[in-house]
Design a protein around this ligand. Structure first.
Ligand SMILES: *Cc1c(COP(=O)(O)O)cnc(C)c1O
Length: 430
């Protein structure tokens, strides 16, 4: 595309760097995934705010857009940092982000204005007549209802196969799985739902927001399309909205899928701003450090509270935790699923989000206000630890549920923060 659209406004347009090796670790790809388009001498990427880009002054290089054949184009975000036309189509900072994401996710990626915008784009592209969906993020159900308003599609229960067959879910329909699921952090088998979808000719889409790589690779277990709210771990600093669609590179028509979604995005207009592209690249430099640390800390916190809830524990901490906490939700606690599929699906940790069900609504509503290191706020995935009385944003969940998103602080400090908050709750009765 660099040559074909005639834009050559790069500083060093010929200094293409070697392709980033797919054998590099995720940590290395986060820092070097965009090396192939580092056309400038800046070490930290510049922020490009232009919406429009100059064409070539060489008339021989002016090829009208109708003359472009998608087949000729390399797969993936080939808008190589110096071939942009208009920023609703592509822009330098966003392309850079997409190149790194495609390297980290091992699949061609497109970014969108938000996670929900990406889910909308996926439905618009796949155009299913029937969609099977379970619980999970309430906003995705909201998007699906809008899609249903326009298309009269049928919506059936992911966990009730009979309802799929009653609605004749089949060829080109969508089975949508979120795992681990919001807000409980529990995991479902991707292989299982891939088999159920594929035997009917349907497509499996996975919302993998809660466990991006290296925690989980849905493509390795049969997903056709993966979506992420990049607002969460890819952004990681609670300061940017972003959605990501990754397409399984083994799909027969992966190029067609990519370019059709690319073209539809031009018209849907749901692109990220350049500032978000720039922030996203900044974020991905430290992505692997953050996600692994946050997930490890969550595993430790959950392990600590689970041992406290064990009825045989006799420590003072255990008595305190038992007096206020009813139960916990996190994939690390799914002992029965571990051997059959979960250990293979999540080999590197179970994600930084977990749920605490308090013994009463009274306690759940008050716990967030007693925390010192955790903000009482919605969202997740940032460097700051958050806790939310989940009823604030989702009226389908129990009133006793608090959702916890573990940040990059030391886990021992976070544990002690919970203990002091529990102590305060047991001492106060207001
Ligand atoms: C946050 C979230 C979304 C929506 O993402 P936005 O970027 O807020 O639009 C979708 N799915 C899950 C699982 C989420 O946590």
């Amino acid at each position: 595309m660099t040559e074909s659209n005639g834009n050559t406004n790069a500083v060093h347009p010929t200094s293409r760097l070697p392709h980033v090796s797919p054998t590099f670790s995720i940590a290395t790809r986060g820092v070097h995934g965009d090396d192939p388009i580092r056309n400038y001498t800046d070490v930290a990427p510049a922020l490009h705010v232009s919406t429009t880009f100059r064409y070539s002054s060489d008339p021989d290089k002016l090829i009208p857009s109708s003359g472009l054949e998608d087949d000729r184009l390399e797969l993936g975000p080939t808008i190589t940092g110096d071939a942009h036309i208009y920023s609703r189509e592509s822009a330098p900072n966003t392309s850079r982000l997409e190149l790194i994401l495609s390297s980290i996710l091992n699949a061609p990626c497109l970014t969108y204005a938000s996670g929900l915008a990406s889910f909308h784009a996926l439905l618009v592209y796949l155009n299913p007549k029937v969609v099977a969906i379970g619980g999970g993020y309430h906003g995705c159900h909201g998007v699906l209802k809008i899609y249903q308003k326009l298309t009269k599609c049928k919506i059936v229960d992911l966990f009730d196969e009979k309802s799929w067959d009653a609605a004749e879910l089949g060829e080109n329909d969508v089975v949508h799985l979120e795992t681990p699921i919001n807000p409980t952090g529990l995991a479902y088998s991707i292989v299982h739902f891939a088999q159920l979808a594929h035997k009917r000719g349907a497509v499996l889409t996975v919302d993998a927001t809660f466990a991006p790589p290296p925690l989980q690779d849905p493509f390795a277990h049969g997903a056709d399309f993966v979506m992420h709210s990049g607002t969460k771990y890819f952004g990681g600093h609670s300061d940017m909205l972003c959605g990501v669609i990754a397409i399984n590179p083994k799909r027969a028509n992966v190029k067609k899928d990519y370019w059709a979604m690319f073209q539809e995005r031009v018209y849907l207009g749901a692109v990220m701003g350049s500032m978000e592209g720039w922030l996203g690249v900044r974020s991905l430099r430290t992505y692997e450090l953050r996600i692994t640390r946050q997930s490890q800390s969550a595993d430790r916190l959950v392990g600590f509270f689970a041992s406290c809830l064990d009825s045989t524990s006799t420590s003072p901490d255990a008595a305190l935790v038992q007096s206020v906490v009813a139960k916990l939700g996190h994939a690390s606690l799914q002992a029965d699923d571990m051997k059959p599929w979960l250990a293979a699906q999540m080999p590197n940790g179970f994600g930084p989000v977990f749920a605490i069900w308090m013994k009463s609504k009274h306690l759940a509503k008050r716990l967030p206000g007693k925390m010192v290191l955790f903000h009482h706020a919605t969202s997740l995935g940032g460097v700051e630890s958050l806790i939310e009385w989940r009823r604030m944003s989702d009226d389908t969940v129990e009133e006793t549920l608090c959702r916890v998103s573990v940040g990059v602080e030391a886990w021992e400090d976070l544990r002690d923060d919970f203990l002091q908050a529990f102590r305060t709750l047991t001492e106060q009765h207001n």
